[in-house]
Design a protein around this ligand. Structure first.
Ligand SMILES: N[C@@H](CCC(=O)N[C@@H](CS)C(=O)NCC(=O)O)C(=O)O
Length: 211
């Protein structure tokens, strides 16, 4: 979505968890990795900053330097609060959806990360939902009076947060948002995000639709 925001034509390639050798040229083993001509950048925040600095004429992802730093704070909130609450809930779903070649790797690495089995995580889903609900509180407040996290138009702060919902949408049959009134604005924002760039995110198959 950052590339679409910048209006940059691109191709994407998906790799399996067990194909980290395909991105070894980046000097590490995690996605996303951006290749732009002679330049290789990894880590989504570094990629966003690279795009902003390399394509200053294109629409800004941040809206200036103080806003960039504020967006970095949102990045940390997403990683350390929202994703921290969501990822143990989604791990069993990712395991189920994983390619057969990746299942053993995914189980081993995530069971080590969370200190419990995939089956235990699956059984803990209901008791983990309240922490996710609490983590969403700042997002609910922000979207009460604004169509996007970044204001009247979306920017990188929106893509950061939306990525978590898109992840859930792609791997899980269950909506991480409860259906009640409190999440009304967040659900409406999520629909706006799915509509952006001619439905770019909506074009990724939703797990619930595929199943
Ligand atoms: N902070 C990094 C996180 C990168 C990351 O953890 N990527 C995950 C998928 S989103 C990954 O590549 N995992 C590979 C693995 O666990 O082997 C970023 O935002 O780019």
């Amino acid at each position: 979505m950052a590339l679409a925001h910048k209006g940059l034509a691109h191709q994407t390639r998906a790799i399996k968890f067990t194909e980290a050798d395909r991105i070894a040229f980046s000097g590490q083993g995690k996605v996303p990795v951006l290749v732009d001509g002679e330049t290789t950048v990894h880590d989504s925040w570094a990629i966003a900053c690279y795009l902003e600095d390399a394509y200053p004429e294109a629409p800004s992802l941040f809206g200036g330097d103080p806003a960039r730093m504020l967006t970095f704070f949102v990045n940390h909130w997403v990683d350390r609060s929202l994703q921290a609450a969501l990822s143990p809930i989604l791990a069993p779903c990712v395991y189920d959806a994983a390619h057969a070649d990746d299942k053993a790797y995914y189980r081993e690495t995530r069971e080590a990360r969370y200190g419990r089995s995939i089956e235990t995580l699956r059984g803990e889903r209901a008791q983990r939902l309240p922490a996710l609900d609490r983590a969403l509180e700042p997002l609910r407040a922000r979207l009460e009076d604004s169509p996007f996290v970044c204001g009247d138009a979306p920017a990188y702060g929106d893509y950061l947060v939306f990525a978590e919902f898109q992840w859930a949408r792609c791997v899980s049959p269950d909506d991480p948002l409860t259906e009640d009134e409190r999440n009304r604005h967040v659900r409406a924002w999520r629909e706006r995000m799915l509509d952006l760039f001619d439905g770019l995110a909506r074009a990724m198959p939703a797990y619930a639709d595929e199943a």
